[in-house]
Write a protein that binds this ligand. Structure first.
Ligand code: COA
Length: 321
């Protein structure tokens, strides 16, 4: 017994912000952003929250899967931008959709979070502990951007994607992933310093800080390594894959991965031009768009791969059902 993706959903905030719009806020321009990243627009939350984006994506995924919410044994929300620390976002989704039998928690593995979530749910389902799980990747990253820092604020966007995973004869075949906490300093977002009557620490920068070139080098090495590990573990070759869904951070990272894997760029669907980098939501949103495009057929072999802060990375090989 394994687990398979039975339905997907997504939700993007209504407000679309162009590169030209951002050039009114920071010293940047459309040409620089397009050439260095491939990003043209991003959706930014104005009234939406991580909770509301999650709920809408979840409802779509349940409808597509045709699974009643009471059948869910687990809800995981992968996010680094919850609206608050308690209750967790998964509990809020549970209440909104009526999934009264589900355990609910968040995972923070930055941009690898949605795939980490799928892996965790797969472990529960394939071991027979539960039958159905809902995994959501959701972010309102715009609230942790330093809107004076042009090197980061142009890269990210808000949104959510969701998938229902269920017990199945065919589906997930192989997992890969890891972390290197020793490199965590290259991509950070402030923490909550100790502050009580006995100790006071200065507040740290609450916004995302990134050594872009170090993250770039990490990503272009790690993505091909994840995909090759998945293929080697299962005796497949790159030619067996119908598509590879990569974390949508930068078009140049995806082009480099395609080159290093000796794969046609056509098998790497992209939507970062529209949405920018939506961290934990990125692979989830892309999965939903590809699933709904009608381009996938039963039996297709698909790889998912992500990387991000931590540093973390994760991959999945699955057969489409
Ligand atoms: N608009 C215009 N100029 C900008 C700019 C912006 N938005 N952001 C940075 N610049 C400038 C820099 O100040 C620098 O100017 P200088 O040469 O006068 O100092 C110049 O552009 C080059 O900056 P650099 O950081 O070397 O650019 P780059 O080619 O490395 O591209 C990234 C920057 C961030 C696009 C790239 O490093 C990247 O994509 N890294 C990976 C990021 C990522 O994937 N993060 C998410 C991980 S999940």
């Amino acid at each position: 017994m394994t687990s398979a993706i039975l339905g997907t959903g997504k939700c993007l905030p209504k407000k679309i912000v162009t590169n030209d719009d951002l050039s009114q806020i920071v010293d940047t321009n459309d040409a620089w952003i397009r050439e260095r990243t491939g990003i043209q627009t991003r959706h930014l939350a104005t009234s939406e929250t991580t909770e509301t984006l999650s709920i809408e994506a979840a409802k779509q995924a349940l409808e597509a899967a045709q699974i009643a919410p009471e059948n869910l044994g687990l809800i995981i929300v992968a996010t680094l931008t919850p609206d608050g620390s308690m209750p967790n976002t998964a509990c809020k989704v549970q209440a909104a959709i009526g999934a009264k039998n589900a355990m609910c928690y968040e995972i923070n593995a930055a941009c690898s979070g949605f795939i980490y979530g799928l892996q965790t749910a797969h472990a529960f389902i394939s071991s027979g502990i539960l039958s159905y799980a809902l995994i959501i990747g959701a972010e309102t990253l715009s609230k942790i951007m330093d809107w004076k820092d042009r090197s980061t604020c142009v890269l990210f966007g808000d949104g959510a994607g969701a998938a229902v995973l269920g017990a199945s004869e065919k589906g997930i075949i192989c997992l890969d992933g890891g972390a290197d906490g020793s490199k965590g300093g290259v991509l950070t977002c402030g923490n909550a310093p100790l502050c009580n009557p006995y100790t006071k620490h200065p507040a740290s920068n609450p916004y995302v800080e990134m050594d872009g070139q170090e993250v770039f080098k990490f990503a272009v090495r790690k993505i091909p390594a994840i995909v090759n590990n998945l293929l080697e573990k299962t005796d497949h070759t790159i030619d067996d894959l119908s598509c590879i869904l990569l974390h949508q951070a930068n078009q140049r990272i995806i082009q480099s991965a395609a080159k290093r894997l000796h794969a046609d760029l056509d098998i790497f669907p992209m939507n970062l031009d529209k949405y920018g980098n939506t961290s934990a939501a990125s692979v989830a949103i892309l999965l939903d768009e590809v699933a709904r495009s009608g381009k996938l057929s039963k039996g297709d072999l698909i790889a998912l791969a992500g990387f991000g802060g931590g540093l973390t990375w994760a991959g999945l090989l699955l057969e489409w059902v």
